[in-house]
Design a protein. Structure first.
Length: 254
């Protein structure tokens, strides 16, 4: 993971603390509502969330997936269960064993986001879903990154564009199902007042690509290839002179 404010904590833990700030709570509320909408019709046995375990616990409760497992580089805090710690690029899970994977800004703070996506694709079953939340660099949030210290969360991450992420998903065999843009106010505490509520409605309608965050849902497609028939056994070679090698029949007749 990329370093952030606290060198002793993983960046997603630092982001978890940022979610508790006034601006962070507003962002978490918008992202949680979006995740609820995207995951309510999903079903299966296992859903794995990598990072930010507390912020989306309530949203995941709305899903029909039976078992929800949060993972992180350290054992997730506030989770009533056996502690599970894992690197996002090296999940201790069998291939094709998970029905859904949630990456809440996981790629924003990964040193190698492509490896994380590749690992998510490995553990997902065919037709499994992946949900990715990211900060949009083409927004006021991206511009704020140019003026603030780069070690501050949440501006210390990669901030991948949605189009780039969709290209990566396509190369791994995913098909885009849903994409939503969120958070159209600038990342200032003074912007989160009732008199600026119109920014959210107008932004979603007129300039959605400028949202400060996005949520993408994609499905893992598996191409079924028809195996080729085994080639016929090669004929016996022709002998010199064009004669065919005689076959030997059973019995005494030559």
């Amino acid at each position: 993971m990329k370093p952030c404010d606290d060198q002793d904590c993983e960046p997603l833990e630092v982001l978890g603390r940022w979610y508790k700030t006034p601006v962070g709570r507003q962002v978490a509320s918008a992202e949680t509502a979006c995740v609820e909408r995207m995951i309510e019709n999903s079903f299966g046995h296992f859903l794995v969330q990598i990072g930010c375990g507390e912020q989306f616990a309530e949203a995941l409760e709305q899903s029909r997936i039976r078992t929800r497992i949060p993972l992180g580089e350290h054992a997730p805090s506030g989770w009533q269960g056996s502690p599970v710690a894992a690197l996002p690029s090296q999940l201790p899970l069998a291939a094709s064993s998970v029905d859904a994977v949630l990456l809440p800004h996981t790629l924003d703070f990964a040193l190698h986001p492509k490896y994380v996506l590749r690992e998510a694709e490995r553990v997902l079953i065919p037709e499994g879903r992946i949900l990715v939340i990211g900060f949009n660099p083409i927004s006021t949030w991206g511009l704020m990154r140019l003026t603030l210290p780069k070690h501050r969360a949440p501006w210390c991450g990669n901030q991948l564009t949605a189009s780039r992420l969709i290209d990566w998903l396509g190369l791994l065999g995913f098909q885009l199902e849903m994409r939503e843009w969120l958070v159209f106010r600038p990342p200032l505490r003074s912007a989160y007042t009732p008199r600026l509520d119109w920014l959210e409605q107008s932004g979603a309608r007129w300039w959605p690509i400028l949202g400060g965050a996005y949520v993408i849902r994609a499905v893992k497609r598996v191409t079924l290839s028809t195996p080729l028939r085994s080639r016929w056994r090669a004929r016996s070679p022709f002998l010199p002179g064009g004669a065919v090698k005689p076959s030997v029949r059973e019995g005494n007749h030559v």
